[in-house]
Design a protein around this ligand. Structure first.
Ligand SMILES: [Zn+2]
Length: 305
């Protein structure tokens, strides 16, 4: 019988639920809905109805579901309690997510930090497969950090979930966390758009929609302001990667999330990094995620691997 699990990736804007074949690393069915961020009852309703739909699919396939895995922002304890969501999902603070889901679905529930489950998905089923030490940076609304060693989380709890907030020395603006100079506030999609705003992009280019992909496209077409933004973005990302290499010594760094979709032309600028190698023969591969939006679903389902 196939080993199936449900993976649920609760993103800042979209919630994705998937039925996953754990051996093949395949998403058999996927449901997407906007993330309910205000009303906890409505949030549970959406999740529970999705679980019911996926249970029906599993039944049709004559397979049983091992459990429901969640990837959620914040610090997630091993009993499924969540805190420190920094305003992204206020009702999740001190929220017994696993308990609620288990009660409704009669399925076992495991939850972990969203960036950590993305990393698990990449390391088990993505381009990180076969690598020992895999660090995954998710550049989306924020900068998520997940580290996998030999196919498993290196720490039992997400102690490094604020790892995007390492300081890179800028002091001229504040990050939402309250500190100044956080890497996340410079290299996430939000950070890149904020950099553009600081240089007056909206006044200069009122006809262009302001988002990361527009900026990358303009850079490729030779726009000088876009070039400045991208150069700054890459320099800070490089500093961040240098720091992470010194802390984790990864064999591979995978960059995922919305920002990574436009990063192919810049990848070769990140391979010749002037970093301090942890040992003489140390080599690191830097790659872009190829799982696209499946990594969070696969990784959260893989909590039942
Ligand atoms: Zn910060």
């Amino acid at each position: 019988m196939r080993k199936l699990a449900i993976g649920i990736d609760i993103g800042g804007t979209r919630t994705k639920l998937g039925l996953v074949d754990l051996e093949k690393g395949e998403v058999l069915e996927m449901l997407i809905s906007p993330t309910e961020t205000k009303d906890s009852d409505k949030f549970l309703e959406i999740i529970n109805s999705g679980i019911d739909q996926l249970k029906t699919v599993a039944k049709r396939e004559q397979s049983t579901i091992l459990g429901v895995g969640f990837g959620v922002t914040g610090f997630v304890f091993d009993d499924g309690m969540v805190d420190s969501t920094y305003g992204f999902l206020d009702f999740m603070e001190d929220y017994p997510l696993s308990e609620y889901i288990e009660k409704y679905s009669s399925l076992s529930c495991r939850a972990d930090n969203d960036a950590r489950v993305v990393a698990l998905g990449e390391a088990l089923y993505g381009i990180g497969k076969g690598q020992n030490r895999v660090l995954v940076l998710t550049l989306g609304t924020g900068l998520g950090l997940g580290f996998i060693a030999n196919g498993k989380f290196e720490t039992s709890l997400p102690y490094a979930h604020m790892g995007g907030h390492i300081s890179v020395g800028r002091t001229d603006f504040k990050c939402y966390c309250g500190k100044k100079g956080c890497l996340e506030a410079l290299v996430s999609a939000t950070g890149i758009v904020d950099s553009a705003k600081r240089m007056g992009w909206e006044q200069k280019y009122p006809h262009l929609e302001l988002n990361v992909q527009t900026i990358f496209k303009a850079e490729q077409e030779g726009n000088v302001d876009a070039k400045e933004i991208v150069t700054e973005f890459l320099a800070y990302l490089k500093t961040g990667i240098d720091n992470y290499i010194n802390l984790f010594a990864p064999d591979m760094i995978i960059i995922g999330g919305g920002v990574s979709k436009g990063m192919k032309p810049y990848l070769d600028k990140l391979t010749q990094i002037d970093f301090l190698p942890p040992y003489k023969s140390y080599k690191v591969k830097i790659a872009l995620s190829e799982l696209d939006e499946h990594s969070g679903i696969l990784g959260s389902a893989a909590l039942f691997n």
